[in-house]
Ligand binder design. Structure first.
Ligand SMILES: NC(=O)c1ccc[n+]([C@@H]2O[C@H](COP(=O)([O-])OP(=O)(O)OC[C@H]3O[C@@H](n4cnc5c(N)ncnc54)[C@H](O)[C@@H]3O)[C@@H](O)[C@H]2O)c1
Length: 321
């Protein structure tokens, strides 16, 4: 691995992954690509890559994965041997009202990257898929061979389509592909629209927070440091033809449990009102990580309490209290 292209490099996971690549592999070049999609403040994204830009091993392109011509130019110039494809529209609920945006970026954008990967002979293509592909009707913990025909948001459906397209490039052109099904990542630089972020922000400001339904919805939360560890493993692991693998914490935390954890981490008591649950939010996510353990020798190291404490510390230093 000499040159790694990270799409979505200005985002939450992309900026953390690019940073870890530069730190752990000082001789490789990391090429970041992002279009600064305005779903959340562009200033946050610019600050996410501020540190990366100081490295001589890092180059950045402001480009859109929907633009295949622009992508070809970048591939031709940089000749990446691995692609970590994280760029996406990533809001489950927004996808219900704007599905075309999710098709354009998450499906057509992924196809454009696969075409470039084929043309420029990329050796490893890592696709950020999602626990959303499991929908609502699977028994926990979700295994990779469970049914994934019933995603309940166009976002989940777009991720399933991305996996399917990636498989065809493996089958027809021998591209080595890993589809990582990410389960609710959280931590430093996380997206501001996500529940944990909103709660920490509001609780620290003394504002009332909303809880969905009775607080019984459960999520498998993966700390960003553990996720990045898995991403580095799938980029460097030898002899992978095509792999679909869950990356999660192998536990399931209810909203009420999360609330207590945030209260402990902030040292503040929350004021809470209930709101109806959104139709496109799944009841539960819970990863089986047996495959990740077996194939990648990976397991999460960060407890939910520790991860939330680290996030609160970061939030207070970077985004004010
Ligand atoms: N965060 C999670 O819990 C989670 C869970 C499952 C899957 N994922 C997937 O992981 C990836 C990264 O998620 P994240 O949480 O870091 O989100 P993020 O929104 O912080 O990062 C995505 C980045 O992609 C960029 N982008 C969007 N459209 C683009 C386009 N057309 N061209 C170029 N760049 C574009 C955005 O500007 C953003 O910086 C996404 O593919 C997401 O679907 C995330």
């Amino acid at each position: 691995m000499k040159v790694v292209l990270v799409t979505g490099a200005a985002g939450f996971i992309g900026s953390n992954a690019a940073e870890a690549l530069l730190k752990n592999y000082p001789s490789i070049r990391v090429i970041g690509l992002d279009n600064f999609d305005p779903t959340y403040p562009v200033a946050f994204k610019r600050s996410n890559i501020g540190g990366l830009k100081k490295s001589a091993q890092f180059s950045f392109y402001e480009a859109d994965i929907r633009d295949r011509t622009a992508l070809r130019r970048i591939f031709k110039k940089e000749q990446p041997d691995a692609v970590l494809h994280l760029a996406a529209k990533a809001d489950t609920r927004h996808a219900v009202v704007a599905p075309q945006e999710y098709v354009d970026t998450n499906i057509t954008g992924t196809l454009n990257l696969l075409e470039c990967a084929k043309e420029f002979q990329v050796k490893r293509f890592v696709f950020a898929s999602s626990s959303s592909v499991y929908g609502n009707d699977n028994t926990a913990p979700f295994k990779e061979d469970a049914v994934t025909d019933h995603a309940i948001s166009p976002y989940g459906a777009s991720k399933k389509a991305g996996e399917g397209l990636a498989y065809t490039y493996h089958h027809n052109f021998g591209l080595s592909v890993v589809c990582i099904r990410i389960f609710n990542a959280y931590g430093e630089r996380m997206r501001p629209g996500l529940v944990l972020y909103t709660w920490v922000e509001k609780i620290l400001k003394g504002e009332t927070i909303e809880i969905s339904g009775k607080g019984t919805r459960r999520r498998d939360y993966t700390y960003i440091g553990d996720l990045v560890d898995a991403l580095l493993r799938v980029l460097t692991k030898k002899n992978i033809g095509f792999l679909v693998v869950n990356i999660g914490n192998a536990g399931s935390v209810s909203l009420t449990h999360m609330l207590r954890t945030v209260e402990r981490a902030t040292g503040k008591k929350a004021r809470v009102v209930s709101r109806p649950s959104h139709h496109a939010s799944v009841e539960r996510t819970h990863a089986s990580i047996a495959k990740a353990k077996r194939i990648l020798d990976w397991k999460p190291k960060t407890s939910f309490q520790d991860g939330v404490e680290r996030f609160v510390e970061w939030y207070q230093s970077e985004r004010g209290s």
